[in-house]
Design a protein around this ligand. Structure first.
Ligand code: NG6
Ligand code: CA
Length: 516
């Protein structure tokens, strides 16, 4: 660890930093013990939540009082971006501080994928460990588990999240629509009966459990696209599995289970500095609310699981309050990528939208290079160091790593987080210019570059519309250029009128791609 100047506790120095400018300052209110400790950090990645899905971002058809309260007590970003428009690469970017498109196997991972982060990589969790923190991951993982060649869920799975910096792991291996439908805790499938081993396959059917394709009459939620392999709890999934009956999750209970695990992690670590990385399964498909939320939003299950997500955040906030950890805990709430309406199940998300606009004013959505693909809600609350404000500066989740390292006074290990820039002042909600440029990535690895008011999308021969969701992906054979200051909805491609800007941006993007 770095020596501290004048032997003052690091937090008194850092509160000093935070006190320097208007928006980012407030007097520390923590008790003595708390102040002496480095702040806890909780990073909550929701799944597929749109910038228009929360009432604090302008939604009027659904109310999210807990998240609104969080936003009101912290810095609420309006120009913050996920690294990518799908989950696996976005999570990879956050945890490694490296753009996912620099590595090959970072596309949407199947449920039996190998761990795609090399165990030699110094992750965000490793950085926290270097700084003396306890680290834990709870909820959606989607970065693979185990060695190359397919995960064996019947023995201790290694490598797992514990091999890349997390002391504690309780995860959903991939997504809730992918098999295996089980939790993994510290390398072991929870509640697995050794006499009923799990087999998982993504190429062909295994075992004799019914599938959506063969037994559509058995499903309680019909697919609209894909999602017709093994039926688990009446829901046809992606991929085939058999075995592990006693270990299967109950979809209606997932939010309760992971919220409970997160609360327990916080409670168990209340006397030390901790980093908790939490991935909610909400609001990804299949959208299965607990009965206490079912039908409550009036917007169908997509709205109901927004309420469930808001409840989750409320529970985390109450837990911090009850343990008196609120003041010295940095709580970040955001999304891994933008929203999608029909993502493969007939859940009436479109029919029951009721004028709700998950994408806000933005074009595209999940999978897309257009704004709604990666421009996401991003809220950070830290009563001891951040004064409530609206933060309009440009920010990318790729910078969370280096910015938090700076906050902790923790030097980056050689080669760590190669693309992550220190943007601490921006992260703390101060009135700074923010990042010079932001890179966005769509499903097909087409990249876009935002700098100043211009947004450039590189030419791509990939499909323009995503086959399943009918989502505009932002791929065009010719370069696209938008002036976001007057055209935030990207309706008018002005590439032809500004060839020199297109040229400049194309060169800059090439340079960024070449940089290692
Ligand atoms: C797609 C799935 C979609 C979702 C997505 C990953 C189909 C038709 N669509 O392939 O339902 O699972 O992958 O989403 O199977 S993500 O948010 O985890 O990246
Ligand atoms: Ca997602």
């Amino acid at each position: 660890m770095k020596p501290m100047k004048n032997d003052l506790p690091i937090w008194s120095l850092l509160s000093g930093i935070a006190l320097l400018s208007g928006c980012g300052s407030s007097s520390p209110k923590t008790d003595k013990d708390q102040q002496a400790r480095k702040p806890n950090v909780i990073y909550i990645f929701s799944d597929d939540l749109g910038i228009g899905d929360l009432s604090c971002y302008g939604a009027t058809q659904v109310r999210t009082p807990n998240i609104d309260r969080l936003a009101g007590q912290g810095a609420q970003f309006t120009n913050a971006y996920a690294t990518s428009a799908t989950s696996t690469p976005s999570r990879f970017g956050l945890l490694t501080g490296m753009y996912p498109w620099r590595q090959e196997n970072t596309g949407i991972a199947p449920g039996n994928s190998e761990l795609i982060i090399d165990t030699t990589c110094v992750t965000l969790a490793d950085m926290f460990k270097d700084a003396g923190y306890s680290t834990g991951v709870v909820g959606k993982w989607h970065l693979g588990l185990g060695p190359r060649g397919g995960t064996d869920f019947n023995r201790k799975i290694t490598p797992n999240a514990q091999n890349i910096g997390f002391d504690y792991e309780f995860v959903i291996p991939a997504t809730v629509d992918r098999v295996p439908c089980v939790y993994v805790e510290n390398g072991h499938v929870v509640n697995l009966d050794p006499n009923d081993p799990i087999t998982v396959n993504y190429e062909q059917k295994v075992g004799n459990w019914p599938t959506g394709e063969e037994n559509p009459e058995l499903v309680k939620l019909k697919p609209s696209q894909g999602h017709n392999n093994t039926i688990v709890n009446g829901i046809p999934r992606i991929g085939w599995m058999t075995g592990g009956k006693s270990a299967l999750w109950v979809d209606e209970d997932i939010a309760d289970v992971i919220t409970c695990k997160a609360k327990r992690y916080i409670t168990d670590h209340k006397d030390q500095s901790f980093f908790l990385y939490m991935g909610t399964q909400d609001i990804h498909v299949p959208r299965i609310p607990h009965p206490r939320f079912a039908g409550k939003s009036g917007l169908g299950t997509r709205g109901d699981v927004i309420l469930q997500l808001d409840w989750t955040i409320g529970e985390i906030m109450h837990t911090l309050d009850s343990l008196k950890l609120t003041d010295n805990t940095i709580l970040i709430f955001t999304s891994d990528n933008g929203p999608v309406i029909d993502d493969g199940y007939q859940d009436e998300a479109l029919e029951k939208l009721n004028n709700h606009t998950p994408m806000g004013i933005y074009r595209g959505g999940k999978y897309s290079a257009y704004e709604a693909g990666t421009r996401v809600p991003f809220i950070i609350r830290w009563p001891a160091g951040i004064k409530p404000c609206k933060q309009q500066s440009l920010f990318s989740q790729i910078d969370v790593y280096a910015s938090l390292a700076k906050l902790l006074n923790q030097p980056l290990r050689p080669g760590a987080a190669p693309d992550s820039q220190e943007q601490l002042n921006t992260l703390l909600g101060k009135d700074e210019r923010g990042r010079e440029y932001v890179i966005q990535q769509n499903l097909n690895n087409t990249l876009a570059l935002i700098k100043g008011s211009w947004k450039y999308i590189e030419p791509s021969d990939a499909p323009q519309i995503e086959y399943w969701t009918k989502m505009e992906l932002g791929n065009e054979p010719r370069a696209q250029l938008y002036d976001l200051s007057v055209d935030p909805s990207e309706t008018n491609n002005v590439a032809k009128e500004h060839p020199h800007v297109v040229e400049q941006f194309s060169v800059l993007l090439q340079q960024i791609k070449m940089k290692k």
